[in-house]
Design a protein around this ligand. Structure first.
Ligand code: ADP
Length: 632
């Protein structure tokens, strides 16, 4: 397992954290506002009590004036209560904002994914980056979330230092009577030595803690991420109800998941991380705590010696001890936070690598004009395409013109390039060679958002949301109910819909509503077709639209095809040739090239052609082969 032994420079760490805060601020500006008030109350609040208690003790040790004492006690009580109230209230407010940023962070990644060109989303490296960000967040909240969380802590530590300095500065100025044996404490050297010692301990304690935690966590980040990934997969797989039937039939629980669990050893006793936690990390953390205790002892010693020698009274002892203890707690916390943020900067690297993924696709500015005549003519001119990182051509020298309002079927064996052809048509990818033209202009010159508006596609692996049926079809929450209903009817969903008691408001699946309905693959496909119809785009593309439908439902869709397609230019992809007969034109794909074009009859009359071969191979399967299988 790779170990990361390099530590980031402080400058680089600062740069990344500042960028993280800017990113957080853009997403959730309120988080900054809510971080300030709790920091003020938390950082300065304790000094109010320390200061007023010291005045009460001074009064008790001095004149003991009952009126003054009562006044001081009342002020101390009211002020302390107000501070506690403020702390509680503002902390709660800040906590809400911090928790909201958990979703806010997701939104940052979601927006990035939405603006990313499809080729990038499709790339494995992109997914790997995203899942690393999620793993970093899950195993120790590293990444943007940690910066959001530590913002008020950092402010609080700074205010705590400022407050402590304010109340303790006179400790070093107060003079011991020159007749005292301890008069040497008056010398600036003694004050500097004492302050230096305190500072040294205050710096060493958090440094040890940072070494114990941040440094080792960064070093073993990859191992921790893998462990988290394995744990995550184990838990999601073991509660995934879609797997229950398989799990039961093949005893996968014992045979696959059990060993997977046993192999999740990143955090188990005996792993490198566990050994470190027991050994060096534990030792360093223990040393850090010990130094903190030594620091408190040293403060007491210095303050008490000066008081004993007569530099100040007992009230000031309370003030100085309280203020300095708090001051060094602040210093300690500030340094610890700096160490943690430095460690976090290593994890932010992954976050920014993802957010900085460049969009290399050319973005044009022409508008597609919403033409009322829907005369959008698309032409593929000598188009060839290789997927990024692939050496083989997925499409080669494709020439094709879509006649407005025509029905084109694209057929071919699996892997022949049919889906790739559609992905290029919808500009999910740009051609490697050649060009695609819309009304004579290269599609790259159009605004991307405008261009994709002219297509409705039912992809082979379409996805629906666990949201109400109507919202799934319309793709939005405010929609034309009648129109949605008509589209569902056209797609053949009428009968199933009549069994849904809440109609268009019925939730699909049970993820978000216990009364949600489970739907079959065929029913889902009909909903996806209705969604494509609702968009009312001039191009309708159906990629294997009947693959999950039974023969009756399939026949039903064909029967309604003209009603569904109306005046749209329709592209119909299928490897089942019998379902393409009704199209005006059929394009036969083979190994990325269009090898034949024509009507069903024309293509079938060419006995040396690919279509003839495929047709007879399938006809045999559906007739002789099927009968043979059925009759045993
Ligand atoms: P069809 O739709 O006809 O089944 P595809 O267009 O999906 O075929 O695939 C054409 C070729 O491109 C196949 O060889 C396939 O393996 C390859 N291919 C498809 N998607 C990708 C991808 N994202 N990355 C690399 N190669 C791909």
């Amino acid at each position: 397992m790779a170990r990361n032994d390099t530590q980031l420079s402080w400058k680089e760490a600062l740069k990344r954290n500042v960028r993280a805060w800017r990113t957080i601020g853009r997403c959730q500006p309120k988080l900054f506002g809510t971080a300030v008030l709790p920091a003020v109350f938390d950082g300065l609040g304790p000094y109010v009590t320390i200061y007023l208690s010291a005045r009460i003790i001074e009064e008790l040790a001095g004149e003991r004036n009952p009126g003054r004492l009562t006044f001081l006690v009342a002020v101390c009580l009211i002020a302390s209560a107000a501070v506690l109230f403020g702390r509680g209230a503002f902390k709660r407010w800040a906590q809400v904002e911090k928790t909201c940023f958990y979703e806010g962070e997701e939104k940052i990644y979601m927006d990035k994914a939405a603006s990313m060109e499809f080729a990038l989303i499709d790339r494995q490296q992109t997914y790997d980056l995203y899942s690393q960000i999620m793993q970093n967040r899950q195993w120790a909240s590293y990444g943007l979330y940690r910066d959001a969380y530590y913002l008020s802590d950092l402010l609080r530590a700074l205010l705590q230092i400022a407050g402590g300095l304010g109340l303790s500065v006179t400790l070093f100025l107060a003079k011991v009577p020159s007749s005292s044996d301890l008069a040497f404490l008056n010398s600036p050297l003694a004050a500097a030595a004492c302050l230096g010692l305190l500072l040294l301990i205050a710096v060493a304690a958090p440094a040890l803690k940072n070494k114990a935690e941040g440094y080792y966590w960064v070093r073993y980040a990859e191992m921790a991420r893998l462990g988290n990934r394995q744990f995550g997969y184990f838990f999601s797989a073991s509660v995934d109800r879609k797997r229950y039937a398989d799990m039961r039939m093949y005893c996968q629980n014992d045979n696959l998941l059990g060993p997977l669990w046993e192999n999740c050893d990143s955090f188990m006793p005996g792993s490198a991380i566990a050994e470190l936690a027991k050994g060096r990390m534990g030792l360093l953390a223990g040393l850090s705590r010990t130094l903190s205790a030594v620091l408190t002892g040293a403060v007491y010693l210095f303050v008490c010696l000066k008081a004993w020698a007569g530099a100040f009274g007992v009230g000031m002892v309370t003030q100085y001890v309280g203020a300095i203890t708090n001051l060094f707690l602040g210093v300690s916390e500030f340094l610890e936070l700096c160490g943690t943020l430095r460690a976090n900067a290593s994890f932010l690297d992954t976050t920014f690598a993802y957010l900085d993924l460049p969009n290399e696709m050319y973005q044009g500015s022409l508008t597609t004009e919403k033409r009322s005549d829907r005369q959008y003519q698309v032409e593929f001119r000598d188009v060839s395409f290789k997927y990024p990182g692939s050496e083989t051509w997925a499409l080669r020298h494709v020439n094709m013109t879509f006649q407005v309002g025509s029905r084109l079927a694209v057929v071919g064996q699996n892997g022949s390039g049919k889906t790739t052809f559609i992905k290029l048509l919808c500009r999910l990818y740009d051609p490697t060679e050649g060009e695609i033209l819309l009304n004579g202009i290269d599609i790259r010159k159009y605004r991307y958002e405008d261009y994709i508006q002219i297509f409705s596609v039912v992809f082979q692996d379409f996805q629906l949301f666990a949201l109400p049926l109507g919202e799934n079809v319309a793709g939005r929450t405010d929609y034309d109910r009648e129109q949605v209903w008509n589209c569902l009817k056209k797609a053949g969903f009428e009968e199933r819909m009549s069994r849904m008691t809440k109609g268009l408001d019925t939730y699909l699946y049970k993820d978000l509503d216990k009364e949600g309905v489970e739907i079959s693959g065929g029913e889902a496909q009909k909903i996806a077709i209705a969604r494509a119809l609702y968009k009312e785009a001039p191009f309708l593309i159906l990629d294997e639209p009947t693959a999950a439908l039974d023969p009756i439902a399939e026949a039903e869709i064909y029967g309604k095809f003209n009603e569904i397609a109306t005046d749209k230019t329709t592209v119909y992809i299928s490897h089942r040739l019998s379902s393409c007969k009704f199209c005006d034109e059929i394009a036969v794909f083979d190994q990325g090239a269009v090898v034949q074009e024509g009507s069903h009859e024309e293509l079938l009359s060419d006995e040396d052609g690919k279509y003839y071969e495929l047709w007879h191979a399938q006809a045999q399967y559906y007739t002789e082969e099927a009968v043979r299988v059925l009759l045993g």
